[in-house]
Structures are given as structure tokens and as C-alpha cells.
Design a protein around this ligand. Structure first.
Ligand code: ATP
Ligand code: MG
Length: 603
């Protein structure tokens, strides 16, 4: 196909759009690929649509290759299925809700788990029908709090979402593995660098989960990685657990007066004055010797406010996102929760919690943590609090701390939770070296949903023994419009876009430079020959546009090969330039088509 710039519905802009925060947004608007319709909502113009369709095609081919079958759901959906899974409410402000003329509730789907589950339930009833994977490439709607960076975080965006249905866990593992491999192929074909990072299942309540992050400074996701290849979402990092210590000879704990020491800093300073330690004993006290007990308030999906205490080494801050991601299994019900530090009002309801002096253990004042009884609060500890470790911690009495409180001897806990900040330099859990932090954009997400949705919506099949079993599901997403933005983001320079061949809106951009009729005739002929050779061509045939503007537009649009027909024509040559490297060569006119075809083929 030859797209003529004299006819193409395109206006390139010299000025950056005022709301654009990142290069991809700026350039996609300036190069005439997209236009903003409303915050986070974009119109696709011909060139943008061409790139989008190419990304979709790659995704579709790889989904088809693993045997997933394409369907297409409406984006406008009734409330009921989302009510059954509680997501009508749980989704909170992110959900676009609306009513029809009769007052019935509808929503614009933010994701389609419910509909896929119901569709399969509608039509299938036997293990013989499974495994099954279905997918769609569809608009999603989320009222994002901060639609930013153009297509990277839209309020309407296109996602490829697929769902797998299996009769047992082994089947789910296989479906998950197939999707994982397909995703790696998709991103490799698109030329988009991604790292699969371990993620937590979070409120969705499944088990295994990985995100495919494209590393970039502008990413909103922080993750950690080691030189040895470990990569994980901060929420999913597991702590290297120290070995437990034999405490049979550990001295008994003792309570000391430590007036005015409600903070770790003041406690450490006071400890070094009041109870100096010998070098053999570990030297001066540091924050890492203290056990800090932080009271958190969890708002359950029912609205109930529950206090939870987490015990962490005093030199580490509590990371609420990590707590939130990992606390689910300790709570009485599943679902989205609210989480914040407890306030004074919360503490007042538990008079045994003495602010600044909270500690676990029985024989030490009026202890409340890790004890049976009415005032018992859920007490969770960081994995570093292993049996035999000895701590300085609150004595649950104003102005008093206890020294040498031994874990497993003097106090216990209800559970171990990943809840503290992950720091650069912390060891990777797989022994592959120290962790460093990096930023990325989530391009895709694969997720073992398990039976949550199938249970809520009663998707069951008969197994081999004629018994009804709940189907186990996986859910897998690729951000298709986000991929277009990420590709623009990682393939541009100060002159404009520079598409990888796999997604470029054309293979070659032919520019007729100058005024001579011979130039336009030659450019016209070359464009036709390139088209006949099977290439997609953009041909800048605009008669009265200056060479500067034409070259500027060619570099802004970002087609990988630019073929200029101009002054060299009298010597029988045209200039062929690689958009990315900037390298240009004069090639004989009659060799030009072969040259370009080779460049396209060799990618
Ligand atoms: P994020 O953390 O970036 O909000 P998410 O965890 O909400 O993403 P999922 O619900 O797993 O994302 O959706 C699957 C994929 O859809 C994501 O991996 C991402 O590529 C894409 N996606 C999600 N939200 C948006 C959005 N607002 N705009 C564009 N793409 C999105
Ligand atoms: Mg999101």
C-alpha cells in the first residue's frame, strides 16, 4: 500500500501538547498518531491505528499459537455478575457505573473475569471440554485516579485479556506456563524489553503471579533485581531468614527504667547509657537490636476496623504496601482492605497498648501481644524475628523497656509476615546477590486465579468420576495500547519517533525533495515498485512543501527507512537513510528497491 502524504489524514505539530509529561505522549500527538478526546481517552488517527493493529496482530498470533480462541465481549455490562463476585463494590472509584433508561445498573468493564466464567458455565459441563483458553482484545474502562502519560495510563485502553479453564492444579500450571511462554514471545517480537517479575496475588486471592515489566525511569512500578537474575515486585520479595539460635544459655530478660524513650532513636541512646554492652556482647546497641511494634488499623471489606500489631527490627520501616499484599491470609475475610497506622483513638480502645512502649511477652508488665484472652490482638512478625533472637523492646509500661527478650522463649507470635521495607543491598532470596531497585512499566500480567471466580459464579464440571468439581482458572493480560506507548517511549530521539520494523506504520518513507517533475516521477515510480515488492510505503508527494519540513516530518513519523529522491537523481542515485542509526547511503536508482527490500527483510 502507498499512503500519500498529500491525501493522508495527518497534521504534524511543531509544538508539544501542554499536558504531555513523557516523550511517547508528546511525540505520538505531535506526529499525528493520536488525539486527546478527554483526560485519559484518545482517538486513533490512521498512522496510530496502523501501529496499534500491528501490535494486536502479534498478540493475536501468539495467543492463537497456544490454542487460545478469540471471542469478543461487550464493554457495557450488567451489574449482576459483578455483584456475585462483590467487585461492583470492591472496585471502588475505579469503576465506571451507569444506568439505562429503566434505572438498571450497568458498568463499563474494567476487566472481564466474570463474563468469561459465566460464558464457559453457560456452555460447558464436563472435564472432557477442558482445558480451554479464551481471549479477547477489547476496550477496558477504569476511572484511574491519575490518568497520566497519555496511552500509558488511560481511562479507556485496550487490553488483550485471556482466561484459562482447567479441571485441576496441574492443568492450571500448564496453561499458565503456556501463557508465560507466549508473553515472552510477544514482547520479543515487538522488540520490547521486559523482565518477568514475581508478584503477589494481592486482593484477587490467587496463587502464582508474575508481571512483565518494561524497565524504564518513567515507570510507576518499583521492582528489585539482582545481578544473578532474580527479579521481583517489591511486594513479593521474600526475606532471607536467619537460622534460629539456641537460647538455652541466654540470660533472663530484665526490665529497665528508660524514661522518655518513645522512639527507637531515644531508646538506642538511652540503652547505651543505662545498659552498655561489652564488645564481646555485640558492642553498642543499635536500632537493629530493638524490636519495634507497630500498630496498624485494617479496614475489612465489611467496614469493620481491626487492629493488628507487627513486630519488626527497629532499624527497618514498615512498608504498608508489603503488609497489604501479604496480610490477606491472616484476616477473617477476603477482599480489598484499607490499611493505615493506628491512631490515638484506636490505641485508647486498648488501654494495655502503651504508646511508645509496646512489646510482646507475658511476665513483663501487662503484656497484651501474643497472648490468649480478650485483649489479644493479632501479632505478626517480620521473618527476621526467629526463635532465639534477643531483643530490646517495650515493656508495656510507660518509660520501661525490657532487655534480652528472647523470641520463642519469652514471646510468641500469630504469624510471620513480609512487612518491612526492602532495601538496596538486601540479599536476593535465591542467593543471587544483593538487590538493587529499578523502575518499570507493567506491560503484562499473568495470574493463577484459582477457584475464586469459579466458586463465586458456580462454574463446575463433572470430573472423570462423575463428581462435580469447581474449575480452576488463570487470568492473563497484555496492555495493547500501553505497548504502543512503551514502544514509542523506548524508540525515539530528539527528532521524533523511531519504530521497530515489527510495528512501524510503513516499511519505507519515500520523500520527493525539490521541484523537478523528474524527481516526482522517479519517486512515484519507486513507490509503486516498492509497493509491488510487497512493502508498505509512505510517499511524501506534497508538491509545495520545503525539503526541511519533509525531512522533519519523516524523522518525526519514525518509519525505519527513509528514501529521498532529490538532487542526486541527475547522477542516477537516491539517498537511503536508516532512521535509527542515521546512516545514509547513496544508492543507484535501479538498485534502490532491492536495497530497501533487503533492509526490511533483515530487520
Ligand atoms: P497498573 O498497576 O499499571 O495499574 P494493573 O495491575 O491495574 O496495572 P491489570 O489489571 O493486571 O493491570 O491489567 C493487565 C494489563 O493491562 C496491565 O499489565 C497493563 O499492561 C494494562 N493496563 C492496566 N491498566 C491500564 C491503563 N490504565 N492504561 C493502559 N493500560 C493499562
Ligand atoms: Mg491498575
Amino acid at each position: 500500500m502507498v499512503l500519500r502524504l498529500s491525501k493522508l489524514f495527518l497534521r504534524t505539530l511543531r509544538e508539544d501538547p501542554v499536558d504531555a509529561e513523557v516523550a511517547s505522549h508528546r511525540l505520538l500527538v505531535r506526529a499525528g498518531y493520536i488525539r486527546r478526546a478527554a483526560p485519559g481517552i484518545y482517538t486513533w488517527l490512521p498512522l496510530g491505528l496502523s501501529v496499534l493493529r500491528k501490535v494486536e496482530a502479534v498478540v493475536r498470533e501468539e495467543m492463537d499459537a497456544i490454542g487460545a480462541q478469540e471471542v469478543h465481549f461487550p464493554a457495557l455490562l450488567p451489574r449482576e455478575p459483578y455483584e456475585a463476585t462483590n467487585r461492583w463494590t470492591e472496585y471502588g472509584e475505579g469503576l465506571f457505573r451507569l444506568q439505562d433508561r429503566k434505572g438498571a445498573d450497568y458498568l463499563l468493564a474494567p476487566t472481564h473475569e466474570e463474563m468469561f466464567t459465566l460464558l464457559v458455565k453457560d456452555l460447558y459441563s464436563s472435564y472432557k471440554d477442558l482445558p480451554l483458553s479464551l481471549y479477547q482484545i477489547q476496550n477496558k474502562y477504569r476511572d484511574e485516579a491519575r490518568p497520566r502519560a497519555g496511552l500509558l495510563r488511560g481511562r479507556e485502553f485496550i487490553m488483550k485479556d485471556s482466561y484459562s479453564f482447567d479441571v485441576d492444579d496441574a492443568g492450571l500450571d500448564a496453561s499458565y506456563a503456556a501463557h508465560r511462554a507466549a508473553y515472552l514471545k510477544i514482547f520479543a517480537r515487538l522488540g520490547l524489553d521486559v523482565i518477568p517479575v514475581a508478584a503477589t496475588a494481592g486482593a484477587m486471592g490467587g496463587s502464582k503471579s508474575e508481571e512483565f515489566l518494561h524497565p524504564t525511569e518513567i515507570g510507576e512500578d518499583t521492582f528489585v533485581r539482582s545481578a544473578g537474575g532474580y527479579a521481583a515486585n517489591v511486594e513479593a520479595v521474600t526475606t532471607v531468614v536467619p537460622a534460629s539460635i539456641d537460647f538455652s544459655n541466654a540470660p533472663a530478660a530484665r526490665v529497665l527504667d528508660t524514661p522518655d524513650t518513645p522512639t527507637i532513636e531515644s531508646l538506642v541512646a538511652a540503652s547505651n547509657q543505662l545498659a552498655p554492652r561489652s564488645g564481646a556482647d555485640g558492642g553498642t546497641w543499635t536500632a537493629g537490636d530493638t524490636l519495634k511494634n507497630v500498630v496498624l488499623a485494617v479496614t475489612l471489606p465489611t467496614g469493620e476496623r481491626l487492629l493488628v500489631v507487627v513486630g519488626v527490627p527497629g532499624d527497618r520501616a514498615v512498608d504498608l504496601k508489603r503488609v497489604e499484599a501479604n496480610i490477606g491470609s491472616f484476616l477473617p475475610i477476603a477482599g480489598e482492605i484499607g490499611l493505615e497506622a493506628a491512631n490515638d483513638g484506636d490505641l485508647k480502645k486498648h488501654p494495655l497498648l502503651v504508646k511508645g512502649y509496646i512489646g510482646p511477652g507475658r511476665a513483663l508488665g501487662e503484656a497484651v501481644l501474643g497472648l490468649e484472652g480478650s485483649t489479644k490482638l493479632l501479632y505478626l512478625v517480620d521473618p527476621r524475628i526467629v526463635s532465639g533472637t534477643s531483643w530490646v523492646t517495650g515493656a508495656n509500661v510507660d518509660g520501661k523497656h525490657v532487655f534480652g527478650l528472647v523470641a520463642g522463649r519469652d514471646f510468641t507470635w500469630d504469624g510471620v509476615i513480609e512487612c518491612t521495607e526492602v532495601r538496596e543491598g538486601d540479599p536476593a532470596p535465591d542467593g543471587s546477590g544483593p538487590l538493587e531497585t529499578a523502575r518499570g512499566i507493567e506491560m503484562g500480567h499473568i495470574f493463577q486465579l484459582g477457584r475464586k471466580y469459579a466458586e463465586a459464579l458456580e462454574l463446575k464440571v463433572l470430573d472423570q468420576n462423575g463428581k462435580q468439581v469447581v474449575v480452576t482458572m488463570g487470568s492473563y493480560g497484555v496492555g495493547v495500547t500501553r505497548a504502543v506507548a512503551a514502544l514509542a517511549e523506548s524508540n525515539h530521539d530528539d527528532k521524533g519517533l523511531s519504530w521497530p520494523r515489527a510495528v512501524a506504520p510503513a516499511d519505507v518513507h519515500v520523500v520527493a525533495v525539490g521541484r523537478g517533475e523528474d524527481i516526482f516521477e522517479a519517486a512515484e515510480k519507486l513507490s509503486a515498485e516498492l509497493e509491488a515488492a510487497g512493502l508498505d510505503v509512505i510517499y511524501d508527494d506534497r508538491p509545495k512543501v520545503s525539503p526541511g519540513v519533509k525531512f522533519g516530518d519523516a524523522e518525526l513519523l519514525g518509519v525505519p527507512t527513509i528514501l529521498a529522491v532529490g538532487r542526486g537523481l541527475v547522477d542516477g542515485v537516491v539517498e537511503i537513510k536508516d532512521r535509527r542509526s542515521g546512516e545514509a547511503e547513496n544508492i543507484a536508482v535501479d538498485k534502490a528497491v532491492d536495497y530497501v527490500v533487503n533492509a526490511v527483510r533483515s530487520r
